[in-house]
Design a protein around this ligand. Structure first.
Ligand SMILES: [Fe+2]
Length: 276
């Protein structure tokens, strides 16, 4: 079976690569939960590599250079993002220099930063690709056409490829999973802040989940203070959103990948809760 760590006829096999993918980190509560749980999860789950979506880390909107540097120092290997990546203007200067913070690869030509990266994780090289959907979102370039070009290029360097598909529509994220099945190790969805219960291995060897969930306040409306969110729905008037208080969850998945073939051999949901 792929991903076995035993010794077969051909000699010793490389240990499975374990990747932790963390759902959108939302504001200070999300950062606090991450700081508490990430070191524990890394050792408990024997994680080799951590990918996290950080586009809501600054009070729910965007990420700052200081926060991004803190995530890299705190044990995140590659940061992904999405539609909120440009919310903090100071991130532009940072993202052009730091390719460990990705923006969706299908932003039109001229957008600063990069949408994919390959980095070393122990004895392996891991590629991470960030894409963004177009259903109920800005009509940027086609994520499927971009995925074709990016995956082909990345596969020239490694077969271990993790894709963060940042999107609103479950259908578009599922379609991307099937579209890339057999070409990448994993497709994980982000953006909705609600963890889905559909994690699975697709037949071609790609691990998939429609949405990783949130790393942030749980008694909230997708991270936002529930009274403020309700007020906006009830009155139809704009108001200022703030992260909710109270208990906080870290959500995501842990994926095991056979390092020789790049096929995923397991995917499990992860959830930890911290009292508020
Ligand atoms: Fe988003």
């Amino acid at each position: 079976m792929l991903g076995s760590t035993g010794e077969g006829k051909e000699g010793p096999r490389l240990k499975a690569l374990t990747v932790l993918c963390i759902g959108d980190i939302f504001g200070e509560p999300g950062r606090r939960a991450l700081a508490h749980f990430l070191p524990r999860l890394r050792s408990e789950l024997e994680v080799d590599f951590v990918v996290a979506n950080v586009e809501n880390a600054a009070a729910g909107f965007g990420v700052t250079p200081t926060l991004a540097r803190g995530f890299l120092d705190g044990g995140i290997d590659v940061m992904t993002s999405g539609n909120h990546i440009w919310d903090r203007k100071e991130i532009i200067e940072y993202i052009v220099k730091e390719n460990l913070l990705l923006r969706p690869a299908n932003y039109p030509r001229g957008a600063p930063g990069v949408g994919s990266v390959v980095i070393k994780a122990g004895a392996h090289r891991v590629g991470v690709l960030n894409l963004q959907g177009r259903v109920f979102m800005s009509p940027i370039d086609c994520p499927f056409a971009t995925a074709d070009a990016e995956v082909e290029r990345l596969r020239g360097e490694t077969t271990l490829i993790v894709v963060d598909m940042h999107g609103e529509a479950t259908s578009e994220k599922q379609a991307m999973g099937w579209y890339l099945d057999g070409r990448v190790s994993a497709v994980v969805g982000s953006h909705s802040h609600v963890q889905t219960a559909d994690e699975r291995l697709l037949p071609g060897g790609t691990a998939f989940i429609t949405d990783l969930g949130i790393t942030g306040p749980f008694d909230s409306v997708i991270g936002v203070d529930k009274a403020l969110a309700i007020q906006r729905f009830v009155t139809g008037m704009p108001n200022r959103f703030e992260p909710a208080k109270g208990r906080v969850r870290v959500q995501g998945v842990v994926i095991r990948i056979d390092p020789e073939s790049g096929r995923a051999t397991g995917i499990e949901r992860v959830q930890r809760e911290l009292a508020g």
